[in-house]
Design a binder for this molecule. Sequence first.
Ligand SMILES: [Zn+2]
Length: 441
Amino acid sequence: MVERAGRRGTWWMVGLVVLAVAAAGTTYSVLGRRAEEPATAGPPSPPVTRPSAAAGSSGPPGDKRMLAEIDAVLKTRASAVRTGQLAQFLQHLDPQNSALRRRHQQLFGNLRKLGLRHLSYRREGGWVPEPQPQHGSEARAFRVMMLVQVTGIDPAPRFVPLGYTFAERGGRWLLVDDDDLAGEQDRGTYREPWDLGPIEAVRGPGVLVVVPANERANGRRLVGEARRATPAVRAALKRSPAGVLVIAMADQRSMDTGWQTGGHPAAAVAVQNFSPVTAAATRFEVTGSRVVINPTERTKADRFLLAHEFTHAAMAPLGGKAPTWLVEGLAEYVEFRLTSRHGDHQRVADRRRTLLRQAIPAVRRLPTDNDFRGAYDEQSYGVSWIVVEYLADEYGISTLNALYADLARGPEDAAARERALRQHLDTSEAELVAAVKEYDG
Ligand SMILES: [Zn+2]
């Protein structure tokens, strides 16, 4: 349910409808290793959800001064992280709130470990600050846009939503709390890894793995797995993600409770990164993906799982409107190709044979987005894999890539998809389904 709402729901972003995308999942159930766990990651929060009032220059002069001071505080904090000045980072925190100070000292250390190319904070201009009387009569919570870019990983600064509460203490506007807006519905329930205690960051080619501070060995292991997954993705797709942040925390809050399907939490999710495309940050585009591994899977996640998620990451910048059968089928295809060549060939062959014998003969149409889980019960992933494997065998990866790119741009309606099949494959959906039934692997 959440998957559908997340994936296909529409979110308003400054007048633009932005589709929630980012499919993800794992596939091991089919191979009997664990439950198939596709999931989707929602979009970033719409930066503007409320009418503008206090944000503009039309407010009372006191508001103008307050906003200017708050903006200056945000600027100082960003520059403190960039230059490694802890005292500067903490200087605008409420001196009486020791828990907040400890939290932000940790945050500072964590952000420094990531190796950032860019960090900035900006107030979300169109949002009315929310009174927070528990921090004093004048205290107000602001939505703040954190823009963070990891060196060598993110092609652009990614948008991270924050809720910061400021209050005037002794004539100065200070940050007095950082979770008063945590319950905002569009924020999701997950937390960024740097907010979850001390971290370590382990780098590899095109990958940065973030783990709890005492799990560096697992970070190094995951870098090793990623080193095997990335070439497999590139070889299969003739493309690969620019860089991927892999999050493998022990804290369950690193996963959104909505990243699940069929009642099971996802084993891993490729979560799309949104970056502003306009200076005013009124429009966003997908510039990459990060991979969040379920804490329960973090020590087991392997190159095959990563190949699946890296496929999503590689394809995500093309757009979010490709049909789910193609999104997941392609990730399965890349993963099983790697499994077959450098893992358990027999298991993949057995799985293919079972699908061709049992599930494919019953197929009447391609799995649809809305009932991806329902159309063929638990076989949607398997059926999609077979369809994509057939397409790759029959038409080649460049045609498949061109079809994907076309479909990913949208629109999502059935007629447009039928046109794309006709254009790239010279076939209709019905003819494609008929051809897949003849496919013998
Ligand atoms: Zn997936």
